[in-house]
Ligand binder design. Structure first.
Ligand SMILES: [Zn+2]
Length: 70
């Protein structure tokens, strides 16, 4: 493991380093930017995932609605 993306050579984050291919279970050694373009199914440590923030987005929308009431 080089610690860098095998595609664009950018330094990988802790989460990206733990990312594995969902089927082969091999370490990806690839950054999120490159993975998104490749559309490869991956599994990673969710506690390190800074990229999928769907829940946070819903919370933000709720907060905005509350702000309108004030
Ligand atoms: Zn990359």
């Amino acid at each position: 493991m080089s610690g860098r993306c095998s595609c664009c050579n950018v330094k990988l984050s802790e989460y990206e380093l733990t990312l594995k291919h969902a089927i082969t279970l091999e370490y990806m050694d690839t950054c999120m930017k490159c993975l998104q373009g490749l559309n490869i199914p991956t599994i990673g440590r969710e506690d390190l995932n800074q990229y999928e923030v769907d829940d946070d987005e819903y919370d933000a929308m709720d907060n905005q609605e509350n702000d309108d009431d004030f």
